[in-house]
Write a protein that binds this ligand. Structure first.
Ligand SMILES: C[S@@+](CC[C@H](N)C(=O)[O-])C[C@H]1O[C@@H](n2cnc3c(N)ncnc32)[C@H](O)[C@@H]1O
Ligand code: SF4
Length: 367
């Protein structure tokens, strides 16, 4: 499996919790950015991929004409959007209009990921979203009318001002709409964000309760909890993201986009203007690269695989390398082992970061 990721780093306004590489007030650079993507894509063309994911930022901030240009450049260098086994575009409710949905559908996008975050208007305002619940419903219904049969919706648990009852009420309202896929992330307060500067603290007990309830409520509604933060109706798991967790290869285009090829992980310059400047001046785009070896490499692969709740199969070499760490995780009740398979336990699902630490180097040389 291999995926193509295209990053669109434009947002109308930065949300107060968001640490993603996206910028507000730079819409006048979108056309230059599309030209830059066209040039970067030419470095890797021709190539074929199984899945496509256009993320951000806010890809739906592009106009219908700009979205058409984006689809054309993908087709020109690689393959028609309709030829990918799965092609997803991230959209925000306020900019997901009928004309854009028609362009996306016509080009062959077969999956839409809509960011709702909360169903409560006061919470949405508090976290800096520029849409309300009504505009989400409008976008969701417009997407269905446009023919999208595979829709994913994002929620965040543990948001300030959102009680457990309010969160669960929103989750149930969302279930009643019947999206094929739901992602529920626990709030992360990242350094440098407005939330961090305001001193917003995540309430670990509340977050744990909300995530536990999410697991039971969504499971009862027919969604499989297949990855720590992701739930899907049968067969609707995100193919693109499964490829990441299965350690598959992918190419990322655009500012901040990450790629993985031949064991090397690298990412492009995260600043928008820096990326444009380097593309125009034919300068290297790379900001970071690493090629893990030995135990670090195997540990990373296990850590990615453990995100999937069915677990990960270990090679004999990995079982030997991590025998001590796995024994300790089993003792702490975070991981269960059956034959050559390990998986997170129910407890481990909520303390996954603690389990992952066992697989992150640097490791001491084995004697
Ligand atoms: C690439 S981001 C944003 C996509 C899109 N622009 C939007 O806002 O809906 C994908 C998802 O990550 C989640 N997310 C972003 N920042 C987060 C944070 N600090 N804590 C938890 N979840 C976060 C949100 O649910 C968001 O929809
Ligand atoms: S959450 Fe989405 S819309 Fe909000 S700033 Fe981040 S990328 Fe932009």
């Amino acid at each position: 499996m291999s995926g193509l990721y295209i990053h669109l780093p434009f947002c109308r306004q930065k949300c107060r919790y968001c640490d993603f590489a996206s910028f507000a007030g730079a819409e006048d650079l979108i056309d230059d950015y599309l030209a830059a993507l066209d040039k970067e894509a030419s470095f890797y063309a021709p190539a074929r991929f199984d899945t496509l994911y256009v993320g951000g930022g806010t890809p739906s901030l592009l106009s219908a004409t700009q979205l058409e240009r984006l689809c054309q450049l993908i087709a020109k260098h690689f393959m028609a959007v309709s030829s990918f086994a799965e092609s997803t575009l991230e959209a925000n409710p306020e900019s997901c209009s009928e004309d854009k949905l028609a362009v996306l559908k016509q080009a062959g996008f077969n999956r839409l990921s809509l960011g709702l975050q909360s169903f409560d208007d006061a919470v949405l305002k508090r976290i800096g979203r520029i849409h309300d619940a009504a505009s989400f419903l409008k976008a969701y219904n417009a997407a269905r009318r446009a023919g999208f049969e595979n829709i994913s919706v994002d929620l965040i648990a543990g948001l300030p001002g959102q009680s457990k009852a309010l969160f669960l009420d929103g989750l149930k309202r969302l279930i009643s709409l019947g999206p094929e896929h739901i992602s529920v992330y626990g709030l992360q307060v990242e350094e440098g964000t407005p939330f961090y500067k305001e001193g917003v603290q995540s309430d670990d007990d509340l977050l744990r309760e909300e995530l536990e309830q999410t697991h039971f409520v969504l499971q009862a509604a027919g969604y499989k909890h297949y990855e720590i933060s992701n739930f899907a109706r049968p067969g609707r798991e995100s193919k693109h993201n499964l490829n990441y967790w299965q350690n598959g290869e992918y190419l990322g285009l655009g500012s901040a986009a990450a790629s993985y090829h031949n064991g090397v992980r690298r990412s492009n310059i995260s600043s928008l203007r820096g990326y444009l400047h380097c593309i125009e001046g034919n300068k290297p785009l790379q900001e970071f690269a690493e090629c893990l070896q030995g135990k670090e490499k195997e540990g990373e692969q296990i850590m990615l695989g453990l995100r999937m709740l069915d677990g990960v199969r270990l090679t004999p070499q990995q079982q030997k390398m991590f025998a001590r760490e796995i024994e300790e995780l089993v003792r702490r009740g975070l991981v269960a082992q059956k034959g050559d398979f390990i998986k997170l336990t129910f407890e481990g699902m909520f303390l996954a970061n603690q389990a992952f630490m066992a697989f992150v180097g640097p490791f001491e040389e084995e004697k």
